[in-house]
Design a protein around this ligand. Structure first.
Ligand SMILES: Nc1ncnc2c1ncn2[C@@H]1O[C@H](COP(=O)(O)OP(=O)(O)O)[C@@H](O)[C@H]1O
Ligand SMILES: [Mg+2]
Length: 409
């Protein structure tokens, strides 16, 4: 982003303290402006000031180069001399002035909590991995930069060289709740947490209308600096194996998950539900939870379907979409698809992989929103019971999942 935007700019080499350069880098990324434009604006504003601002600490200043409109640096040099300020001090003041005039944007929070239901009744396709990774990407610190894969064309998503198109972008800063809705509790365990003890309070009990205490008390934070206190988990409980049976006697059972989660919704911007590999009543409740609410924009909430580039995935997909479509028709609901995620992709597997990926892309509605490669860092993170974004924050997997989180935002 520091290349000259037009030929009438000249390269300027000076010095800036590392902290100031870092702040400039982050703030310009947050506001999506070029560093050279920010510096140029800062210098203009600094020269226009009626008096010199207070000094900025420049200890440890390191080489810093940028491109400025022709003549601006010479003019700045004259002003600095007139004010009796060194060039390095003047530049630091100009940068500081720009930062003060261009504060960090506040995170835009959805007015209705977004509900993302990650589903496919086929086991082992990566629902849990995609749910956790998307949640982690949504919760990252908005005042830090993280590498995100930029692919402007879907075709690029399958290219093998992700280093080509990475961009450092600020975290999304959402307050996120992960709901482990699979009785097997993989999500809970993979994040190093404990399932709720059997016999105690649980999401299942709340859904059956027999909650013992506030649902809030079951929720645990997933600690890490990058998530602040924004990433939380509602752990599974083995009693969820009986959920379909319990639900069969519950009034308006399709709304059971919605009723259970209602008391905590206001604490979050996004709630992701990691669904079980089944098509029972609990799945109906999850899909119902993801339906479009009045006053909600289309595509803000809905079903995110994880598939693999292999033939058996297609049959499972047909079954799932017919369940979703039936629910849509029977209850007259608006249920949006947030997209298809083709997971565990490995183009080296040849024709089966590439042709089934093409078949997913040809569906178009819902469209493929990410192609996630089969990479060992995902399995290693699971083995170590660490969030992927803590274990391998700069790995290709995290880089692709960040792009996914932005694609569906
Ligand atoms: N993109 C990926 N690359 C490598 N391993 C993956 C990837 N996605 C998932 N896995 C691994 O595959 C296994 C099944 O994934 P999981 O998310 O548990 O599937 P599901 O929830 O659909 O049953 C897990 O061991 C997981 O770590
Ligand atoms: Mg799972």
């Amino acid at each position: 982003m520091t290349s000259p935007s037009s030929s009438d700019r000249e390269k300027v080499v000076s010095k800036l303290p590392p902290w100031l350069r870092q702040e400039l880098k982050i703030r310009t990324a947050q506001l999506r402006v070029d560093i050279q434009d920010a510096v140029s604006q800062g210098i203009n504003d600094w020269t226009a000031l009626a008096s010199t601002p207070s000094p900025v600490t420049t200890t440890g200043a390191e080489s810093f180069s940028t491109w400025l409109p022709a003549g601006q640096w010479d003019e700045f040099r004259t002003h600095a001399r007139d004010r009796g300020v060194s060039l390095i001090q003047g530049l630091a003041q100009a940068a500081q002035l720009w930062l003060e005039k261009n504060p960090a944007p506040t995170v835009q929070r959805p007015s209705v909590v977004r509900r993302i239901v990650v589903c496919n009744q086929k086991g082992g396709v990566g629902k849990t991995a995609i749910t956790a990774g998307t949640a982690e990407a949504l919760a990252e610190d908005p005042s830090s930069l993280y590498p995100v894969r930029i692919a402007r064309q879907l075709a690029l998503l399958t290219e093998d060289d992700p280093a080509l198109d990475r961009e450092n972008l600020p975290g999304l800063g959402m307050r996120v709740l992960l709901v482990d809705f699979d009785p097997q509790g993989h999500l809970t365990k993979q994040l190093g947490q404990q399932p709720a003890p059997i016999g105690g309070d649980s999401l299942t009990r709340h859904m059956a209308g027999e909650g013992q205490g506030p649902l809030q008390d079951l929720i645990v934070p997933i600690p890490d600096d990058r998530f602040g206190d924004r990433l939380h988990l509602l752990p599974s409980c083995t009693d969820a194996f009986l959920l379909d049976v319990r639900l069969s006697t519950v009034r308006a059972r399709e709304a059971a998950l919605e009723r259970a989660l209602a008391p905590v919704e206001s604490e979050y911007d996004v709630i992701l539900v990691d669904c079980p590999p089944s098509l029972g009543l609990s799945m109906d409740a999850a899909i119902y939870y993801g339906r479009r609410r009045p006053a909600e924009e289309p595509g803000a909430s809905g079903a995110l379907i994880v598939v693999q580039a292999e033939d058996s995935s297609a049959d499972a997909y047909d079954l799932l979409t017919s369940q979703i479509n039936d629910l849509r028709d029977d209850l007259s609901l608006d249920i949006d698809y947030l997209g298809l995620v083709v997971n565990l992709y490995d183009g080296r597997r040849g024709y089966i992989a590439t042709s089934s990926l093409q078949a997913w892309m040809d569906i178009k509605d819902p469209r493929v929103v990410a192609v996630v490669p089969d990479l060992k860092e995902q399995r290693e993170a699971v083995r170590l019971k660490q969030p992927l974004f803590v274990y391998a924050p700069k790995g290709d997997q995290a880089v692709v999942l960040r792009a996914l989180a932005r694609e569906i935002s």
